[in-house]
Design a protein around this ligand. Structure first.
Ligand SMILES: Cc1cc2nc3c(=O)[nH]c(=O)nc-3n(C[C@H](O)[C@H](O)[C@H](O)COP(=O)(O)OP(=O)(O)OC[C@H]3O[C@@H](n4cnc5c(N)ncnc54)[C@H](O)[C@@H]3O)c2cc1C
Length: 331
């Protein structure tokens, strides 16, 4: 097995950026994702007449390395600026001058752009990982198996940890302890198609950052949906308390809460709803470094938004750090 090959589990922003950097360096890279499409938590759901970003809503830019990437996405038409601030919980406009970006046709525009030209296989749920020959072999639920000299695990860490320990490999105790310290909040996300005008104030988002609601956005005002289409995110405590409740109950409760927040009767203006349950949404406790190399020979690296900084920017930088680390292993 040549050591300049890598299997990447996860086609979210971290996995795709790592895969791109390794591919550009001449590595043979295979990316596997259990989802129907790429993007992970940068997720857009389309119905006939509407589109909903139901995971990440927007992203900001803090550091230069990420700024360079975002400039490229803007030039390629994969990203666009959405606003410079959103209404607060009281409904007051809150512009602070810092750009908030979106995917041009929804958040998935960016991962789709990044996946272009890569060997990305969607609909492939990895179920076990084994240490074989000079590298790693991962097996998928479909019966497919893929081998590589290096392995990069990019899923939310509890999922990556379970995969790393699913086969014949024993993770070093120190690495396991550090990985077990990374945690996430859940998020219940309601998508609601409206019949009529949107009660969300300009520019299409209310950033509550609290409980029981965290966010209400209108995907039409955002510029990605033909019809008013709300994304309502419950706060972490509310999401945890109601995570396993019946969809009908969660839907009704979130429509009532969002209606109360917006001063509108959402229940009577909604024509269609759908609920997404994100078990892992925001990171609550992260690893200090931008990635974790659990084994150098053969390389096994963990990355994603649980490492270094959080959110889309943190995940992107973590993917790049993982690729840098892998390239460092073989030079
Ligand atoms: C509701 C919500 C709101 C958010 N809002 C914002 C926001 O406004 N701004 C912001 O910056 N960030 C936001 N975030 C966080 C942001 O989406 C993430 O930080 C970022 O997208 C994480 O990228 P990642 O590559 O680390 O992980 P992911 O995007 O989670 O990618 C991991 C991938 O691994 C795949 N996978 C998992 N297990 C397997 C398996 N066994 N086999 C194959 N594939 C597998 C998954 O399908 C997924 O595609 C939000 C997240 C959520 C859920």
């Amino acid at each position: 097995m040549p050591n300049d090959s890598c299997v990447v589990v996860g086609a979210g922003i971290s996995g795709l950026l790592a895969a791109r950097e390794l591919t550009e360096a001449g590595w043979r890279v295979t990316v596997l994702d259990k989802g129907r499409g790429v993007g992970g938590r940068m997720a857009t759901r389309r119905t006939g007449v509407a589109a909903f970003d139901h995971g990440a809503q927007f992203f900001t830019v803090r550091g230069e390395r990420f700024e360079d990437l975002v400039d490229g996405w803007l030039q390629a038409g994969a990203a666009a600026e959405w606003s410079r601030g959103f209404a607060d919980a009281e409904g007051n406009a809150n512009p602070d001058g810092h750009p908030r970006y979106r995917g041009s046709e929804g958040m998935t525009s960016i991962p789709k752009h990044l996946a272009d030209g890569l060997d990305v296989r969607t609909g492939e749920r990895v179920v076990s990982v084994d240490r074989t020959g000079n590298g790693w072999t991962v097996a998928c639920e479909s019966g497919e198996s893929v081998s590589g000299g290096a392995l990069l695990l990019t899923a939310p860490v509890p999922q990556s940890l379970a995969l790393a320990e699913s086969g014949n490999y024993a993770l070093p105790e120190g690495a396991r302890r550090q990985l077990e310290g990374i945690s996430y909040d859940p998020c219940l996300a309601l998508m609601a198609l409206l019949d009529g005008s949107s009660p969300v104030p300009h520019p299409g988002g209310v950033q509550i950052k609290g409980e029981p609601l965290d966010w209400i956005g209108d995907n039409a005002m955002k510029g990605i949906s033909d019809r008013p289409a709300l994304t309502i995110h419950a706060g972490p405590q509310w999401s945890r308390a109601h995570y396993d409740d019946h969809e009908t109950d969660v839907t009704r409760a979130l429509l009532d809460l969002a209606g109360g927040q917006l001063g509108a009767d959402l229940v009577s203006s909604v024509v269609e709803t759908s609920l997404a349950r994100w078990r892992y949404s925001w990171v609550t406790s992260s690893h200090e470094e931008a990635c974790l190399m659990a084994s150098e020979e053969p390389p096994l690296v963990f990355c994603g938004d649980g490492f270094g900084q959080p959110k889309v920017e943190g995940a992107a930088l973590s993917g790049l750090a993982a690729a840098d680390g892998l390239l460092g292993c073989v030079t």
